[in-house]
Design a protein. Structure first.
Length: 231
């Protein structure tokens, strides 16, 4: 199906915000959910001052609007709405599309719940291509295999592989956000970016795992007064 797990959206968007990309490639965009989300949480957030301007591959500040391309192998998922959100949509198999792109073309790639639809050999090749064309990338894929055949007559929806954290790390996606149902693994070419992401994930995980009553008490001690959520 042209969809992905909803529970992982906050983590994926948060990672992309830390990267501050000026250009993004969404591989296997489906209905374009992440294109919409990035327009809000990158473009709008930068415009109203919640985020600093994005950094381009040469380290300079980009404009307030991120350049977002998408790749989708099933043309029936792509319509006028998706073309409004994405700057360019390549209607092609994700692996074949990546092979046509120049090295270092993007600041960030997304491969969200796509890897399980490829054979192991195709997946390894695609992960290598992603590292070639982008300075950072976020991959998500289920931790466990579950059978899925054609959906709406689309053979690209079949599930044919399952991946481990160790395999993703061996492929260069060694920044990891632990989750129950799925892997979220990140590639960062820069040592500084890799360190920044690891620190951010550690802080976020501490907040996730802290009971609400303890977190509210900490907020009252830090900021004083009565925390709104405790009323």
């Amino acid at each position: 199906m042209p969809t992905s797990q909803k529970d992982q959206i906050p983590q994926i968007i948060s990672v992309v915000q830390q990267v501050r990309p000026a250009s993004v490639l969404d591989l296997g965009l489906g209905f374009g959910k992440y294109g919409f989300l990035l327009r809000e949480y990158l473009d709008v957030a930068t415009t109203i001052g919640l985020l600093p301007p994005p950094k381009t591959t040469d380290g300079t500040n980009g404009g307030p609007k991120v350049f977002i391309d998408g790749v989708e192998g099933c043309s029936m998922y792509v319509g006028g709405l998706q073309h409004e959100v994405y700057n360019r949509i390549i209607e092609m198999n994700v692996l074949d599309a990546c092979k046509t792109l120049s090295s270092g073309s993007y600041d960030c790639c997304l491969l969200i719940d796509v890897l399980e639809h490829l054979t192991s050999a195709q997946g390894w090749e695609l992960l290598g291509q992603i590292r070639r064309i982008s300075r950072s990338a976020v991959v998500s894929t289920p931790k466990r295999f579950y059978a899925q055949g054609d959906v709406c007559g689309n053979p690209l929806e079949r599930h044919v592989s399952v991946w481990t954290r160790r395999q993703l790390a061996a492929a260069g996606f060694d920044v990891y956000w632990p989750r129950k149902e799925s892997h979220i693994a990140v590639h960062a070419a820069s040592t500084n970016l890799r360190s920044t992401l690891r620190r951010y994930i550690r802080r976020s995980r501490c907040k996730e795992l802290t009971p609400i009553i303890v977190y509210d008490a900490y907020q009252r001690l830090r900021y004083g007064g009565v925390h709104a959520d405790s009323c």
